[in-house]
Write a protein that binds this ligand. Sequence first.
Ligand code: DC
Length: 231
Amino acid sequence: MMKYISVAIDGPAGAGKSSVSKAAAQKIGYTYIDTGAMYRAMALFGIENNINLESEKEKLVSMLDDVDIEIRYIDDSQRVFLNGIDVSQSIRQEMVSVGASNVAVIPQVREKLVELQRKMAKSDNVIMDGRDICSYVLPNADVKIFLTASSDARAKRRYDELTAKGIECEFEKIKADMEYRDKNDSQRTVAPLKKADDATLIDTTDFDFDESVEAVLTLIRKRVEEVENAL
Ligand code: DC
C-alpha cells in the first residue's frame, strides 16, 4: 500500500516558513499547504464586512457559514479563494497580518479551518505550515519541524519581502506588529504557538534561503528512507 508522507512545519511570523516550505515542496514534488493564508482570508472577510476583529469577534462567528475558503492550484502555484474570489495578493497586506492573528484566537474559526486542513492532508504527500500543525492539526505527521529565527532577523526579512513587492512599509512598524503577533500567537489559550516536544528545531537566523530549504529537505529525505525501509 502506498503511504502518503506528511510534513508539519510550525514557527513564528517571518521565520521564512512559507517560502522555505514552498521551495522544499517543489523540490521534492509534494503539495504545499499554507494554513496562515487561510487565517488571512478569514481576516480579510471580516475587514471587508467592517468587523472590528479585536472587539467584535462574535459578529464574525455568527457569519462563519457565509465564509468559503478554498485553496486551488493553478499552474503549480497555490491560490487562495474567498467566496470564489482570488485573494492571494490582498491577504498579504500588513493590516490583514494583524487581523489574522486576531481571528486565529477564535475557537470556532480554528475548528472550521483545521477541518479543511486535515481533509487536504489526507490524500496527498504534503508540507503544511502554520502554528499548530505539529501539535494539533497533524499530530501523526511523519516529519515535524519548528522553524524559527531571531525577531530582528524575522522583521528584517518581512520588511525586505514587502519592499521587494513594492509595498510601502516601515521597519519599526513591522517589528512592532511582529512582536504583537508573536505575543498573541504564543500566549493565547487556544492552540498557542509552541514547539512540539517531538519536533526538530531549525534556527535559520544564520542561514540563507537555500541553506534553510536544504535543512528541511535533509530531515524529510531521512524520514522517507526510514518509512520506506519499514514497509
Ligand atoms: O503565517 P502567517 O503570518 O501567514 O499567519 C497569519 C496568522 O495566522 C498568524 O498571526 C497566526 C495565525 N495562524 C495560526 O494561528 N495557525 C496556523 N496554523 C497558521 C496561522
